[in-house]
Design a protein around this ligand. Structure first.
Ligand SMILES: O=C[C@H](O)COP(=O)(O)O
Length: 257
């Protein structure tokens, strides 16, 4: 049985003070003991250290929202995988649609970041997802295949064990429009089949595939309850401890069967 992961992507939000307060709230309410649900928050880079301190003693893991593929040197403004590990990050979100479509990241760049992170033992949450035009033109699966093949190029089955996939239909991100449970399940089942074809049945079966796109406490249980949905990557609702923990509670209920 796959574990469930609920990850909060704070994006470019919070201040040092509000981020610490949010982290404390999440830490205080996250399920202690064996719930079958892992919880992670990904604050902006400047707040990784104070948020890590606020999470001390809790089960909540720390993630980053990006990483650069070079180890060190003259790369102004970039942050290396070693730096993320140094401040206690457990994971990094890569290939988010905002990095693809707002900041122009290509599959090739994302793949270099994926490989650099995996080489150092940092867990990767690799995001994939189609634009509304793609969906309306019937290209959803082709886009997912292209992003999976590009992002995971030269990643073998062993390295893949440290990868989580997040399916985030771009038209559902921050729009209040959620993919229906059927739409999510269908895309996730397709991604799992892609993994079985490209790798093997074991890799496909064990992969955690998260759904992201306007997940809220009210819709989380039905989405996470789908056979091939193993958790959520949450944006807007992760900025309130109450809402984020509501999603964690829904996930815990799914895990309890
Ligand atoms: O990384 C998170 C996703 O972009 C979802 O964001 P959202 O929950 O605000 O729609």
């Amino acid at each position: 049985m796959r574990r469930i992961l609920v990850a909060g992507n704070w994006k470019m939000n919070t201040t040092a003070a509000s981020g610490v307060e949010l982290a404390r709230g999440v830490a205080a309410g996250a399920p202690a003991g064996e719930s079958g649900v892992d919880v992670l928050v990904a604050p902006p880079f400047p707040y990784l250290v104070p948020v890590k301190e606020a999470l001390q003693g809790s089960v909540v893991q720390l993630g980053a929202q990006n990483a650069y593929f070079e180890e060190s040197g003259a790369f102004t403004g970039e942050v290396s995988v070693d730096m993320l590990l140094d401040v206690g990050c457990n994971a990094v979100i890569l290939g988010h649609s905002e990095r693809r479509h707002v900041l122009g990241e290509t599959d090739e760049v994302i793949n270099r970041k994926v490989k650099a992170s995996l080489a150092k033992g940092l867990q990767v949450i690799l995001c994939v997802g189609e634009l509304l035009d793609d969906r309306e033109a019937g290209r959803t699966e082709a886009i997912l295949d292209e992003q999976m093949a590009g992002g995971l190029a030269d990643v073998d089955a062993e390295a893949l064990k440290n990868v989580v996939i997040a399916y985030e239909p771009v038209w559902a991100i921050g729009t209040g429009k959620t993919a229906s449970p059927d739409q999510a399940e269908s895309a996730h089942a397709h991604l799992r089949k892609w993994l079985a074809d490209r790798y093997n049945a074991e890799s496909a079966d064990s992969m955690q595939i998260l759904y992201g796109g306007s997940v809220k406490p009210a819709n989380a249980k039905e989405l996470i309850g789908q056979d091939n949905v193993d958790g959520a990557l949450v944006g807007g609702a992760s900025l309130s401890a109450e809402n984020f923990l509501g999603i964690v509670t829904a996930a815990t209920e799914v895990a309890a069967g």
